[in-house]
Design a protein around this ligand. Structure first.
Ligand SMILES: *Cc1c(COP(=O)(O)O)cnc(C)c1O
Length: 390
């Protein structure tokens, strides 16, 4: 039997992807050029959104999205504790403070009940958030209609962290159409659904946000005469009108991204097949399998199971170590952000977000990627079954 290491996630690269990158190497542009515009259009067309701004990572995308939302010192950003640290760090980059909203115990997404309770208290205390970042955990959409309703009532900007969920749907429409948010962010890291090596994107339907995002991506520089001051004669003139960054994506990355987008629906369909096999073949074991809300069609970035400790003697730690010993790359998503040492130093501690903490105690991500073979999945299932039926 094949016993090479099976990762929890990995990219799927075709000959067409390789050719697309080689073509760029032979072209006039290496960094942000026509291929970036082409990639932006492929994403905005797919999502049914007006504008797309490609950048060098989702972390950069979250940063400039927060800045474009006007987030700054004295402001507050709320996100989920069950996410990668980048969803929270973007608030700190802007000089704002960060807080969290506990998760729903069924979907592991931000709980809209917890959100409403926290908003009521925050209004009384005069500490309402300026920006809310719901994270579509594992690829499953949050309850966006409710979040948008609360956004209107309490006046915050909504930035969806859709790093896990390109190709997923909410109420039959693509995640990223921004019908229920101001901006949506995607990641193209190799473990995500489609990849550019490193890369990210902000999408929006707002012309003003789009213009701001484009400037922030490249040093705060504009070439638009309408935005310039004083003498702006001469085709060479550009003006820096605010402080931006070099967050540009290269044409090499963008060409890979556009080529990958041709297979996005196939990738997600394949991930659903993998999830369906797991669902069938792991049922009846002392595991809590992923639960899907009726409004969501997940992109299935992750397949997370929870060890049902009431029904088995094996701990998550023992299960994790045994899987890794069998060369199966399980992982844990996520260590609650507020329990990270850096966040503890800001005053966060265990007990503050109990649902996220108790989920974290027994969660484990099984290998899930579009290029996973049936043999690989069989090996994962066999190993899980043998560990849990002893
Ligand atoms: C991967 C990820 C990010 C960061 O993405 P990069 O492209 O690596 O910067 C942010 N948020 C979530 C939820 C992620 O999973």
């Amino acid at each position: 039997m094949d016993d090479t290491f099976i990762p929890y996630g990995r990219q799927s690269i075709s000959e067409a992807d390789i050719q697309a990158v080689v073509d760029i190497l032979r072209s006039d542009f290496l960094t942000q050029g026509p291929a970036v515009e082409h990639f932006e259009r492929s994403i905005s067309d797919y999502c049914g959104v007006t504008y797309a701004v490609a950048v060098n990572s989702a972390t950069s995308a979250l940063h400039i999205a927060c800045l474009a939302a006007g987030l700054g010192s004295g402001d507050i950003l709320w996100t989920s504790p069950n996410t990668f640290v980048a969803s929270a760090n973007c608030g700190l980059y802007c000089g704002a403070s960060v807080d969290f909203v506990d998760i729903d115990p069924n979907t592991y997404n931000m709980s809209t009940t917890a959100l409403e309770t926290k908003l009521i208290k925050a209004r009384l205390a005069g500490k309402l958030p300026k920006v809310l970042i719901p994270v579509h955990f594992a690829g499953q959409s949050c309850d966006m209609a409710r979040i948008a309703e609360l956004g209107r009532e309490y006046g915050f900007t909504v930035i969806e962290d859709a790093s896990h969920s390109i190709g997923g749907k909410y109420l039959v429409e693509p995640i990223g159409n921004c019908r229920y948010s101001d901006m949506t962010v995607f990641s193209f890291h190799p473990v995500k659904i489609v990849t550019t090596g490193e890369g990210g994107m902000v999408v929006t339907n707002s012309k003003d946000l789009h213009e701001e995002l484009v400037r922030l991506r490249s040093h705060g520089i504009t070439r638009d005469p309408a935005l310039m001051e004083g003498d702006n004669n001469g085709a060479w003139v550009y003006q820096q009108v605010e402080l931006g960054f070099n967050y540009r994506m290269t044409d090499l990355q963008a060409a890979l991204g556009t080529s990958q987008m041709n297979r996005l629906d196939d990738f997600v369909a394949r991930r659903h097949d993998v999830a369906e096999s797991y669902n069938q073949q792991l049922s009846g074991l002392p595991l809590i399998l992923p639960r899907q809300n009726t409004y969501a069609y997940s992109a299935f970035h992750l397949y997370v199971v929870r060890i049902d400790t009431a029904k088995t003697g094996i701990t998550r730690r023992q299960f994790f170590d045994a899987m890794r010993n069998a060369k199966i790359g399980v992982n844990v998503h996520y260590i609650p952000v507020h329990t990270q040492p850096f966040y503890r130093k800001m005053g966060f501690s265990e007990g503050m977000f109990p649902e996220a903490e108790s989920y974290y105690e027994d969660a484990i991500s099984l290998p899930m990627f579009a290029s996973m073979t049936e043999q690989q999945q069989e090996r994962v299932i066999k190993t899980v079954r043998s560990l849990l039926t002893k």
